[in-house]
Design a protein around this ligand. Structure first.
Ligand code: ZN
Length: 435
């Protein structure tokens, strides 16, 4: 008998009840940061905010937002506990150069474990599962540690292989027989490639699912991205998207119905905001803005993640009634307003990945003489010419209603643009717009 997924009571209550619950938790959170955070107590003073007058979530727009720049500039002032209470220290890349440090207390590590337990439960896992962890657990990252703690809390097994190393991954699969992966999905393609080259029967491994981090498996309409399709064409494995960040210390993971990542109301409040920091309606794209609940070391109020999503509030077939986040459409900073259409680079990438004959590409966006955004796609291909360019443009028009300019080049030249200097990560998007 399959054990029922763990769902906390609050996640199945009517939305009004969840809201009332979060109203109370928000008041506790505000009292805590007003008392313990040098940064927030100063900002509340400057803005003349009396946190005692905040009645709940509906009053959030009365409070200031927190940006990545502020997090970096005033990093130490965000930390609410003395150094001796800090256990784990994590860094994330900052916006202005230096990394941002996150301080986690003993209680925060328990919270992180609980979060990941809920997240892995969303992906249908239970204590009979054994996860093969294919992400980094050290290097000052949060994610790998969170998965380890979550699996432990669940009572599931976990094998910490780390990232890369296809041979060691396959050796582990053969010897230790995991039932699930925690992985960056494009690495699954590398695993398949390695298996094909080495005669490994990868379709019969006993691994049923992959919890996928860092890359999007679904488009905003929930259909699979090209990446997900490439994996599923070869390997019949359940793929679960999860959306998380160090700042949130919380994951939004989709359930088997795959209609967005579920919010955990005990851990996080989420708003979806427009350019003026006002809430957008359901079915409108908004910037994911979060307020952490139950965080002791470095709680954040109305933190603007920079990610743009749709959100959904109707109950899910899994029984959860919590708000769900759709796939990330793109980064707010990378938003392109092109010929009256708003779009984000991932939508362009997905079309390009699907066109036969393209070996590599770079999307460039720049400001034209009218002061508006223009898109130029540099395509590396053996097959060049007007016919091919016209077919490409048709594909763009069919999907996005607009077609960017296409410039052909040799795949070698494009590769040079994609890997500038010491950059180990490929660059597919170059923003040359005037600010
Ligand atoms: Zn669900």
């Amino acid at each position: 008998m399959k054990k029922k997924n763990h769902i906390p009571e609050i996640e199945t209550r009517p939305q009004e009840e969840i809201r009332a619950y979060q109203d109370e938790r928000l008041k506790e959170m505000l009292a805590y940061i007003a008392k313990h955070s040098t940064y927030y107590s100063r900002v509340f003073n400057n803005f003349g905010v009396d946190v005692g007058s905040i009645r709940g979530i509906d009053d959030l727009p009365l409070l200031p937002v927190t940006t990545k720049d502020e997090l970096q500039k005033y990093n130490d002032e965000f930390i609410c506990v003395p150094r001796e209470k800090v256990i784990d220290m994590i860094t994330t890349s900052g916006t202005l150069g230096d990394p941002v440090t996150f301080a986690m207390t003993d209680k925060d590590l328990d919270r992180l474990a609980y979060n990941e337990y809920l997240s892995l439960s969303c992906a249908g896992a239970d204590e009979r599962d054994t996860f093969q962890l294919m992400t980094t657990i050290d290097r000052r990252f949060m994610a790998g540690l969170a998965y380890f703690l979550g699996a432990r809390k669940m009572g599931a097994g976990i094998i910490r292989v780390g990232n890369g190393m296809p041979e060691l991954q396959w050796d582990t699969i053969r010897r230790l027989k995991p039932t699930a992966f925690i992985v960056v999905p494009s690495f699954l393609l590398k695993l398949i490639e390695f298996a094909e080259q080495n005669g490994i029967d990868y379709r019969n491994t006993g691994v049923g699912k992959a919890v996928c981090i860092g890359e999007t498996l679904r488009k905003p309409d929930f259909s699979y991205t090209t990446l997900a399709k490439k994996i599923l064409d070869k390997w019949d494995i359940e793929l679960y998207s999860t959306y998380a960040s160090t700042e949130m210390s919380t994951a939004f993971t989709e359930c088997e119905h795959a209609v967005g990542g579920h919010q955990h109301p005990e851990l996080i409040i989420v708003e979806f905001l427009d350019d003026n920091n006002q809430p957008v309606a359901e079915h409108e794209a908004g910037e994911v803005t979060i307020t952490t609940l139950g965080v002791e070391g470095m709680p954040l109020l109305r933190f603007k993640t920079g990610d743009i999503c749709y959100h959904y509030t109707e109950a899910c077939q899994c029984g959860r009634t919590t708000t769900r986040l759709g796939p990330v459409i793109g980064r707010k900073k990378q938003m392109i307003k092109f010929k009256g259409t708003t779009l984000y680079p991932p939508a362009l990438f997905d079309i390009l990945e699907n066109i036969e004959g393209i070996q590599n590409y770079v999307v460039e966006v720049y400001t034209n003489e009218l002061g508006t955004d223009e898109i130029r796609i540099r395509v590396g291909s053996e097959q060049q010419g007007d016919d091919f360019a016209a077919r490409m443009k048709d594909r763009f028009r069919a999907k996005l209603r607009v077609a960017p300019a296409i410039v052909f080049d040799s795949p070698e030249n494009i590769e040079k643009i994609r890997f500038p200097e010491e950059n180990r990560k490929a660059v597919n998007f170059i923003d040359m717009r005037k600010m």
